[in-house]
Design a protein around this ligand. Structure first.
Ligand code: FPP
Length: 255
């Protein structure tokens, strides 16, 4: 039986929906590609941004669900380095979401010991977006519960290239030697450092690809896809994904 954590504030839904999960095999780090906001809205005759707004509300729900079963890190892919190509109005709308999300939710997140983090480039983000997220990071820095990590202005190839360039510089400067490069040293040059690699990747909306998300870090992650769009992905679906994860045998190339 899952030792259910009490959530302070609005009651987590889906407690009764938790299937018989193995509390000794909860993924440490779950990463989510929150896809399908636009399609969800269009299907309902709403503007695309209405889907993003609904998607934002779902971040809170799934955070609660993850916290309740003892996930330690939940990474949400909120904006990629490629998303700047979208129409200006949509980008602006997405950039303003943290200004609504954090003031509304921060009290409850603090009460539940959640730590906010960000993985991505600060450069390029509007000042107000960065301030909203940095304030939330500061306000939750003494917490030691679930890490809610926003991948914002993040792209994996760029991350790896900048890590490689920094390593080359450090070799030139005598900080490291080329011989010392191994997986762990390389990982330490990535933006995700010091977070552990994801154990489980969830992608919504039926797209079966990774889309430049944590290419190195996902090497041995279990992948779980659903046709549901992100705004309709509920706690129950989250627990279904965890259940499926628990039925998989992770072999890391061994037998
Ligand atoms: C992809 O769906 C989704 C995004 C690019 C944005 C995801 C962001 C959120 C859910 C909100 C994050 C919350 C905070 C507080 C930062 P899409 O619109 O590309 O879907 P489509 O493929 O149907 O068009």
């Amino acid at each position: 039986m899952i030792p259910f954590k009490k959530w302070f504030g609005s009651k987590p839904q889906g407690e009764e929906l938790i299937p018989r999960l193995d509390s000794d095999n909860i993924p440490n780090h779950v990463a989510v590609i929150m896809d399908g906001n636009g399609r969800w809205a269009q299907k309902r005759g709403l503007p695309r941004v209405a889907g993003h707004h609904s998607g934002m509300k779902n971040v809170k729900k799934i955070t609660m669900a993850a916290n309740a079963i003892g996930v330690n890190v939940l990474t949400m892919y909120a904006f990629s380095t490629e998303n700047w190509k979208r129409p200006k109005e949509e980008v602006e709308y997405l950039m303003k979401l943290p200004l609504e999300f954090f003031p509304k939710e921060i009290e409850e997140l603090i009460a539940n010991n959640v730590q906010i983090r960000m993985t991505g480039w600060k450069e390029g983000l509007p000042e107000y977006t960065l301030k909203a997220i940095e304030d939330a990071i500061e306000q939750t820095k003494h917490n030691d519960g679930l890490i809610l990590n926003f991948a914002l202005n993040y792209g994996s190839r760029k991350e790896m290239l900048s890590g490689v360039k920094q390593m080359a510089q450090d070799i030139t400067d005598g900080v490291i030697s080329a011989d010392a490069i191994d997986e762990s040293l390389f990982s330490s040059y990535l933006l995700t450092n010091p977070l552990p690699d994801p154990d489980l990747l969830i992608r919504t909306s039926g797209e079966l690809r990774i889309s430049n998300f944590m290419l190195w870090q996902l090497a041995y992650s279990e992948l779980w896809f659903t046709d549901l769009c992100w705004p309709e992905f509920s706690e129950q679906h989250f627990y279904e994904a965890i259940g499926e994860y628990q039925r998989r045998a992770r072999r890391y190339g061994g037998l």
